[in-house]
Design a protein around this ligand. Structure first.
Ligand SMILES: [Zn+2]
Length: 199
């Protein structure tokens, strides 16, 4: 490769070195390297645009793909339009049209520990009923709290709340240390599901 094939770009203060061929998909950059840029005066092309976003423009020109956080998509589209790369602009449009489904859920310790076979709460995401057996999630924080536990006087297991007890339970003779309610420590895990995958 000869020196002439290389393009040294200074985009808003950030330096990039690439080849002329890489820049050919961009109408704007093609015009620059073919015409306006006077190699005799300077070996560096200055472009007064955002240097951070250009990194993703260049990534796309080199590989045909890119990954960027969603909050930058709109700005990146502006850059794609500026540099004259319609294929990238269209690609960003498509990504922005797909809704990102993010879901937060509180899991019990048991659910959290069996994360590999945890099934998402169908009430929170009806479209996933029967389809999703395991979705990767990200732990946001864990919370320690007290859970109120009801005890049936007859110790009937399925009477988990006082309203489930009936006539017989209410008349049942109980010992002096019987407590209708106790509290137990539980740990809950706030997790974030990203059901659409990353951009
Ligand atoms: Zn009962």
């Amino acid at each position: 490769m000869t020196g002439a094939d290389l393009a040294k770009l200074n985009v808003g203060g950030t330096n990039y070195v690439t080849t002329h061929d890489t820049l050919r998909e961009s109408v704007y950059l093609t015009t620059l390297i073919d015409g306006e840029w006077d190699e005799q005066t300077s070996d560096e092309i200055f472009i007064d645009r955002d240097g951070f976003l250009f990194r993703f423009i260049l990534l796309y020109l080199r590989t045909g793909d890119f990954e960027i956080e969603r909050c930058y998509l709109k700005s990146l589209k502006n850059e794609a339009d500026f540099y004259g790369i319609p294929a990238l602009s269209n690609k960003i449009d498509k990504i922005m049209d797909t809704k990102e489904e993010v879901l937060y859920q509180l899991l019990t310790e048991e659910q959290f520990n069996s994360s590999t076979n945890h099934t998402i709460d169908p009430f929170l995401l009806p479209s996933y009923i029967g389809r999703v057996k395991a979705i990767p999630f990200q732990l946001i924080s864990s919370i320690s709290c007290l859970r109120k536990v009801y005890h049936c006087p007859r110790e009937i297991f399925v009477h988990k709340e006082s309203y489930r007890c009936g006539y017989k339970c209410n008349r049942f003779p109980v010992s002096s240390d019987y407590q209708a309610h106790t509290y137990e420590d539980v740990k809950l895990y706030l997790v974030r599901f990203n059901t659409s995958g990353d951009v």
